[in-house]
Design a protein around this ligand. Structure first.
Ligand SMILES: [Zn+2]
Length: 399
């Protein structure tokens, strides 16, 4: 049985050991050691990474009571090895995990919500609580208590006790009965059965920040981060705030007020733009009608526009085909090429059929009815060719 060096010292980053078995796991070389400081994925905490004789340790898993170190390359049995733990990753896990214990106890004391699940992810951590409908004020209070415990820099003790000794601790959750039970105690605040790696005093956890709460399986999922993760998050948000204030030409305190005003102004502008756009289309339609060419007693409006809103183009086409004998073949470009084909209901042409025949030229898709069809595609430089082809097809159909 491998000795778990991390149980008694989570700060150990270098150790010597012997390979007692060399094996493989899912086609990956793997070894079992007589002792290890590598923590395997368990109890919501991910595995350590590092090296064994400079060979990268890719994963550490617990299987049938054994700890398997999955390696990048093979290591023989009886080999003496020196192991190095990636300290940044380990310490980050220690900050998050001790932070979780502090938060879980803070939730009990503030809201009576018990923690029923914990996950330590690469970016964020979550705890699942057995209660729902927690008020924002309660969350703020929990966060305050948790950070007060951090700032009081309380000692974190790790005890290995026999089951009969467990009763002297006021445990958050009943532990699984084993020969020895590992208890992580935050002095005067919390005690819980746990196999994870922890900091030795709460100050090392750094800031504990709750990011959000959401409903989850009848309870609540709380997302949080601790320590350097919280610092990085604060740096990112500070930058975001400064940049937003700079864009708005405002102080950080005025951001919300400024954005609210901007939102109201934007609504007004959109309303006005819509009105102007419909007026423009009205004016344009009479202009286009006046200039329309005559093809077999029909009025043909054939036009392409660059950098134009396609919805405006459709509006224009719909307005024009209300007039008797009018056929419209319109195109425009924005980041795509757009085609709108339409005719008055008295004209027996099938615009959708024309569209299907020409839309391939712009590598696009579209659809519609006999009277009105539209579509778009990425080949903006082929728009005029597609329109010309539509005109050719329409003339053939009319002759
Ligand atoms: Zn734990």
């Amino acid at each position: 049985m491998t000795e778990h060096l991390y149980d008694s010292n989570s700060y150990l980053t270098e150790f010597s050991a012997t390979v007692v078995r060399s094996t493989s796991h899912e086609n990956q070389p793997a070894v079992i050691l007589d002792q290890t400081a590598f923590y395997p994925t368990s109890g919501g905490q991910p595995n350590d990474t590092g090296t064994l004789n400079r060979i990268p340790v890719l994963d550490v898993i617990e299987q049938d009571g054994e700890i398997l170190h999955l390696l990048e390359s093979f290591l023989e049995k009886d080999h003496a090895v020196t192991g190095h733990i990636d300290w940044d990753r380990r310490f980050d896990h220690m900050q998050q995990h001790t932070g979780q214990h502090i938060l879980s106890q803070s939730f009990i004391q503030t809201t009576k919500a018990e923690t029923i699940g914990f996950h330590l992810g690469t970016q964020i951590c979550t705890i699942d609580l057995d209660r729902s409908g927690l008020l924002d004020d309660a969350i703020l209070k929990v966060e305050y208590i948790a950070n007060r415990i951090v700032m009081e820099n309380r000692t974190v003790h790790v005890h290995q006790v026999r089951p009969e000794e467990v009763s002297r601790f006021n445990l958050r959750k009943a532990p699984v009965a084993e020969e020895y039970i590992r208890i992580v105690e935050i002095e005067g605040f919390d005690a819980n059965g746990c196999c994870g790696t922890h900091v030795k005093s709460t100050g090392e956890v750094g800031v504990i920040k709750i990011l959000r709460q959401e409903k989850y399986k009848g309870g609540t999922r709380v997302t949080f981060i601790c320590g350097f993760r919280a610092l990085q998050d604060y740096q990112k948000k500070q930058q975001l705030t400064s940049e937003t204030a700079a864009i708005l030409n405002n102080s950080e305190d005025g951001i919300i007020e400024n954005l609210e005003r901007w939102k109201t102004d934007r609504k007004k502008d959109q309303k006005r733009l819509k009105l102007l756009s419909s007026q423009l289309v009205q004016y344009e339609s009479s202009q286009l009608l006046a200039e329309a060419e005559t093809v077999n007693a029909n009025k043909l409006i054939f036009q392409s526009f660059s950098e134009r809103d396609p919805s405006e183009l459709q509006m224009l086409a719909r307005l024009l085909i209300q007039q008797e004998n009018v056929i419209v073949l319109l195109g425009c470009t924005d980041e795509k090429a757009h085609l709108v084909l339409g005719c008055h209901s008295s004209i027996h042409l099938n615009m959708n059929e024309f569209l299907q025949q020409v839309i391939l030229l712009i590598d696009g898709r579209g659809g519609g009815t006999k009277q009105f069809a539209h579509g778009n595609g990425p080949l903006t430089n082929k728009l005029d060719q597609a329109l010309a082809k539509a005109r050719e097809l329409m003339q053939q159909a009319l002759s």
